[in-house]
Design a protein around this ligand. Sequence first.
Ligand code: HEC
Ligand code: HEC
Ligand code: HEC
Ligand code: HEC
Ligand code: HEC
Ligand code: HEC
Ligand code: HEC
Length: 347
Amino acid sequence: MKTEWTLKILWGSLLLAGLAFPLVASAMEMEDCLGCHSEIDVVGEALLVDAVKFEHTVHAELGCATCHSSVTDEHPDDGAAVSRADCLDCHQEVGDQYMQTAHAENATCGDCHDPHQAHGLDAVSASDMNEQCSQCHENAAVVEQHSEWLPQASLHIAKLPCITCHTSSEEYKIVLHISQKQEDRALSGYEISKYEDLKVYSGAKEIKGLIDINKDNFISLAELRTFNLNPAYKALHLDGTLFPSEASHDLTTLDNRYDCSFCHASGPGSMQTSFLALPTPDGSFARIDVEEGAVLDALYGTPNFYMTGSTRSASLNIIGFIIICCGFIMPIGHGTLRFLTRKNRKH
Ligand code: HEC
Ligand code: HEC
Ligand code: HEC
Ligand code: HEC
Ligand code: HEC
Ligand code: HEC
Ligand code: HEC
């Protein structure tokens, strides 16, 4: 009786495995494929797969041949075309949602995602995501279009993921990145620090330790402040922005995104949830929880906090002043982020 069940389960799981991972024509392993496909001299630019980036995706667990099942042991000498899996074979739910949007006529999954570098929302920065969009929505045109109603459109477009305003999500989170001054940059002059940039500061130690002093994988208000006030890090700066909690694919324009107070106000409780996103060696990001409400606390706990005059340029000050006069309260965008970055603006 017992063995019968064991057998059934065994057959069952074999069958399931067979369904999920169609039998493949090749015994080649991922390492074999990458042996050629990560070498530009062997396969040329167009067929190159970045081995480090691929190995850090969840897709790597599938192995190459799961998605390229027609590949044979004689490849590439057989000259046969290699099959490519359809994203929808495995991502039916995302597909169902996306295919209903008007946008589905304009872009396929592969236009926005490289299957060999696919990451989830929590492992990418706003600028990485926006690069996907700017392949078709040319940045200057987007800025111009948005500046009809959005002051500082170029700053907003640079700092916010397009999908914060163009997809729906039940909740939104504040995500902090460490950035540093780039002399060659126009706009605000700060760019998100890469892993190697932060290694310069942390030396042999983990870069996490720059902020997470007690290494408990949690950033407290005190740790945020300590980081911010440390003169050794004066070229670094914390940049916060608003991310959707989930990556939905219902690309649309959300009505309430004209409403400045959606972001520039003390906001609903959910927005008090924040993360620090630290760069990893493969170019993606790993998030660490920040103390609930710490970002807002940092703001309200500071008696000498001010907004106008703390901005980077005269024109921003004027706009800031006009906004205050118009009665907008903007602690989240300016307050928190301004507070967290104020040391950089003092000099
Ligand atoms: C999750 C599925 C998936 C996995 C895993 C996968 N690929 Fe792909 N691959 C695709 C798809 C889909 C395309 C077609 C992309 C396109 O046309 O935009 C593709 C395209 C390619 C191409 C053509 C060049 C290109 O980038 O369009 C090569 C070469 C390739 N894959 C090699 C590999 C190798 C080597 C591995 C393992 C290291 C691998 N693939 C793993 C899905 C996958
Ligand atoms: C010995 C080196 C080598 C190995 C190993 C190798 N490839 Fe290739 N692959 C090539 C070359 C060279 C080409 C270009 C062939 C051509 O243009 O005729 C190619 C082409 C491809 C293409 C594009 C061909 C098309 O039909 O569009 C894919 C996809 C691909 N390989 C996937 C794989 C996968 C998956 C593996 C492992 C299972 C693998 N390759 C192993 C050298 C290799
Ligand atoms: C053979 C099955 C399979 C195919 C084909 C496939 N994926 Fe995936 N993909 C997965 C699995 C499994 C995961 C991890 C669980 C999840 O997020 O659904 C995943 C995760 C992802 C993620 C999130 C990665 C992360 O770290 O959270 C993205 C983005 C993604 N896939 C995009 C694509 C795109 C685009 C295609 C088509 C080019 C594709 N996938 C084809 C199986 C597949
Ligand atoms: C217009 C651009 C765009 C198109 C088209 C698109 N995606 Fe995405 N997708 C995104 C963005 C932006 C994210 C956020 C994370 C990222 O950038 O990788 C994302 C995230 C994902 C994720 C991870 C979800 C998570 O919870 O983090 C999966 C899986 C995914 N996409 C699959 C697909 C599939 C399958 C298709 C085709 C049906 C598709 N995407 C088409 C832009 C797009
Ligand atoms: C492969 C090209 C392509 C990519 C990539 C792409 N789009 Fe589009 N998108 C289009 C085209 C074409 C249109 C229709 C013409 C237009 O309005 O510019 C469009 C329309 C839109 C619209 C207005 C129509 C609507 O559905 O409300 C929005 C908003 C939009 N895209 C946002 C995005 C965002 C956000 C991204 C990145 C996550 C993105 N697009 C990536 C091609 C693309
Ligand atoms: C602060 C919120 C916000 C951000 C960030 C944002 N958008 Fe928009 N976007 C809007 C709103 C609101 C509209 C509708 C404007 C209108 O009706 O004139 C819009 C309109 C558009 C349109 C034109 C839609 C149409 O009906 O013609 C496109 C395309 C678009 N956005 C793409 C993008 C891209 C790409 C990005 C990122 C680079 C982006 N947006 C960032 C809020 C935003
Ligand atoms: C989706 C969220 C979002 C929306 C909606 C939004 N903003 Fe912003 N805003 C931001 C972020 C994030 C920044 C960048 C803060 C920083 O890093 O300095 C910003 C910056 C600004 C700045 C630059 C001033 C400075 O301190 O550098 C002004 C002015 C501004 N917003 C006004 C507005 C107005 C007016 C509206 C409504 C028409 C609006 N914003 C809508 C998120 C938003």
